[in-house]
Design a protein around this ligand. Structure first.
Ligand SMILES: [Fe+2]
Length: 237
């Protein structure tokens, strides 16, 4: 098990789109990350999104991590990515698992606390003394390098958004579109419940109506301020 913590100067929705987007393997090309992703299944509920992809691996790094038997051969594996606001669980069949807890902090700030589990192909008596060293090596020389590239891309997306909040772009990954749809649905639900509770509890305090919230900035603000309540309702487990 390898823990990895991260701090992003970006809204949690941008971070979470990145985590769901297995199509961004080219970003980690030089680190011998995955390639040729294929979305094979997508399931949505009112509180979760589950996507399944096939991804391919090749190279010495992939072999070291047990992702392929031979460095010179391509191995294709199924990976499932489960989103339940605002957290993730991801599993690469029989080889590794990731539990990623996301903490929305503010409009342009998020944190994550991740636990990676790897199945190392070594006898237990060899693995036990090596485990502390392996954890440091995998964290420092593998996972942190992937993370640094993700942070750079995510914060760049946040800056682009702030430079032009009205920008238009085409999203091609149906799993990302599902995440965006879920976040908006949860936001609308939160607003509806807030309006109702504000009306019941304090008629002097005028609630914000949905029609008043027209920009993503408004959406971000409300989601960030309401994250504690929604997290309580929807946290995994
Ligand atoms: Fe990445």
């Amino acid at each position: 098990m390898v823990p990895v913590n991260a701090h992003f100067q970006a809204h949690f929705s941008i971070c979470n789109e990145n985590t769901m987007d297995v199509f961004h393997g080219f970003l980690h090309q030089e680190l011998q990350g995955w390639f040729d992703p294929v979305l094979t299944s997508l399931k949505e509920t009112q509180s979760s999104v589950c996507a399944e992809y096939n991804v391919s691996y090749k190279g010495r790094m992939a072999q070291f991590l047990g992702l392929c038997d031979r460095a010179d051969q391509v191995t294709t594996l199924p990976i499932s990515v489960n989103y339940r606001y605002p957290h993730y669980y991801s599993s690469l069949q029989g080889i590794s698992s990731l539990y990623l807890m996301r903490l929305p902090v503010g409009l342009h700030e998020s944190r994550s606390f991740a636990l990676f589990f790897f199945k190392v192909r070594l006898p237990r008596w060899i693995l036990k003394p090596l485990k502390p060293l392996l954890e440091v090596v995998i964290q420092r020389f593998v996972l942190n390098k992937f993370l640094a590239q993700d942070i750079e891309m995510i914060e760049s997306e946040q800056r682009n958004y702030l430079a032009n909040p009205q920008r238009r772009y085409v999203e091609i990954n149906p799993a990302i579109i599902a995440i965006q749809r879920l976040i908006v649905q949860q936001y609308e639900q939160f607003m509806q419940e807030s309006s109702q509770s504000a009306y019941r509890g304090n008629q002097d305090k005028k609630p914000i109506s949905l029609s008043q919230v027209v920009s993503q900035e408004d959406l971000c603000e409300v989601i960030a301020s309401g994250q504690a309540e929604l997290t309580k309702e929807n946290t995994i487990g």
